[in-house]
Design a protein around this ligand. Structure first.
Ligand code: CMX
Length: 439
């Protein structure tokens, strides 16, 4: 090992106890406006972001524009014969806070259709990438490859006034959203279906068209609508939403910003957890020789995971302290459409056993399932068994919330984001003094 790396290892190991001591003994000490624990611990609960698109209450879950998930599903127009609202209606609602008329939804759908042609170079880019690239890397690269299309960049270079920034951000967001389902479906068919691409069906709504391009019959169109809506937004502090907001705050365009958010979503503590859940369940089934585990066997598997230093994927949350209503919404869908599915039944068994184990383990502040816990099981049921694709579905949905947010960010002239960092020496000095007074 090089002396650089060895020296670095020594430095990190020598530094760790200082950070741990600060957290353990002085975590409550206030420095300016936050505690030492918040400064070191990922800014939990620091109220320093503003959005009106959605709000996450720890004890209730998400509200989109003031509406809970069931209220949102009930209020928005649905395509004929479908149980879930169209993504177009939801996009209108996220952007404006208003329930659109059927005519307004049709206009959004027509607008998306006109913007939906994906440039050929995007497909060339995807095909040129290594076949074993993760689908999230493919999706992020595809988005980035389209940056040259940015209307925002063109208008900015022409000398646009600040009050107009939201307009080309809206245009970029519409252009990106219109193409996203086709790009996602292309990645799926290219990677897992031998490149047998299904062309879009322009007369369908976004959810219907996505199901069609995936090659999966009804009710997968409703699965798509439900997924994209449920995964759209979770206020602004989560990594993907925050990354998009942060990058766009430099006046970077929607392509750069959304690609950055996808890269954050691809982490196992965030969106990739839906893939991890399925891998974890598959490992469990393998260990059980294919049979459904008993409660005791499941309990042991959960403990083995925790004792192996790993997290239980799909459980816990940085803000929520209840079962995630996005989990409940997917559970309700599964109960209606696939009650006898063995994986769904196993998910229910995990729900009965895992919270008790996590409580006994004593670390996770929230022992309840999050959005990622049930989502893979539904995909699996409809034949999408390639679980490394699941986060792409999350990503398509997440575009709705993040793009609505950065359009509003530019509309309200939110500034460049630039929090302040301090050094460990400073923290230790303030800890010794019992705090740093607000200036
Ligand atoms: N299994 C085991 N340990 C867990 C846990 C879980 N499901 N959830 C939290 N913990 C542990 C944390 O790792 C942390 O341990 P350390 O003190 O050793 O670091 C401790 O409990 C406290 O964590 P917390 O305050 O309850 O949770 P955080 O805000 O730090 O992290 C989250 C939140 C989601 C990353 C975490 O619960 C987790 O890792 N869950 C599993 C992965 C997952 O499902 N992620 C998806 C979340 C939803 C999404 O964004 O898509």
């Amino acid at each position: 090992m090089s002396s650089l790396k060895e020296t670095l290892r020594e430095k990190i190991e020598a530094h760790r106890p200082r950070t741990q001591k600060l957290l353990k003994e002085h975590g409550h000490v206030v420095i300016d406006k936050v505690t030492i624990e918040q400064a070191i611990g990922g800014a939990r609960d620091v109220r320093c972001l503003v959005t009106d698109i959605s709000y996450l209450d720890p004890m209730e879950g998400i509200r989109f524009r003031g509406k809970t998930i069931p209220e949102t599903f009930a209020a928005l127009p649905k395509p004929p014969g479908c149980d879930y609202p169209s993504v177009e209606a939801f996009w209108y609602f996220l952007l404006t806070g208003e329930i659109p008329s059927e005519q307004a939804v049709k206009e959004v759908r027509d607008d998306f259709r006109e913007r939906s042609r994906v440039p050929n170079y995007v497909f060339d880019t995807l095909r040129a990438m290594a076949r074993d690239s993760h689908p999230m890397a493919l999706l992020s690269a595809a988005i980035l490859s389209m940056q040259r299309e940015s209307v925002f960049v063109r208008r900015y270079n022409e000398g646009m006034r600040k009050a107009e920034y939201w307009d080309p951000m809206y245009e970029d967001s519409m252009n990106l959203l219109a193409k996203l389902p086709q790009i996602a479906a292309y990645i799926y068919r290219m990677k897992y279906k031998g490149g047998a691409i299904i062309p879009p069906e322009p007369d369908l709504d976004m959810g219907g068209n996505f199901a069609h391009m995936m090659g999966i019959p009804k009710p997968y169109d409703d699965v798509a609508r439900m997924y994209f809506i449920l995964h759209s937004d979770h206020e602004s502090g989560n990594v993907s939403a925050h990354a998009v907001h942060l990058v766009a705050s430099t006046l970077s365009d929607a392509y750069y910003a959304f690609s950055a958010g996808l890269n954050g979503l691809a982490g196992p503590l965030h969106g990739l957890a839906n893939q991890e859940v399925l891998m974890w369940i598959q490992n469990l089934m393998k260990e059980m020789g294919g049979k459904v585990p008993s409660r005791e066997e499941l309990k042991k598997f959960l403990w083995d995971t925790l004792n192996g230093g790993r997290v239980i994927p799909g459980y816990g949350h940085a803000v929520l302290r209840i079962t995630d209503p996005r989990y409940t919404a997917q559970h309700d869908f599964a109960l209606k459409h696939m009650p006898d599915d063995p994986m769904f039944q196993l998910t229910n068994l995990i729900y009965e056993v895992a919270p008790g184990v996590l409580r006994e383990h004593g670390k996770a502040k929230n022992p309840w399932p999050n959005v990622d816990s049930a989502s893979g099981v539904i995909q699996w049921h409809y034949g999408v068994t390639q679980y490394d694709f699941y986060t792409v579905l999350f990503g398509v949905g997440r575009a709705l919330g993040t793009l609505a947010n950065i359009t509003w960010d530019r509309g309200l002239g939110y500034p460049l984001e630039r929090p302040k960092s301090v050094t460990t020496d400073m923290l230790e000095e303030w800890a010794a003094k019992g705090g740093r007074p607000m200036k």
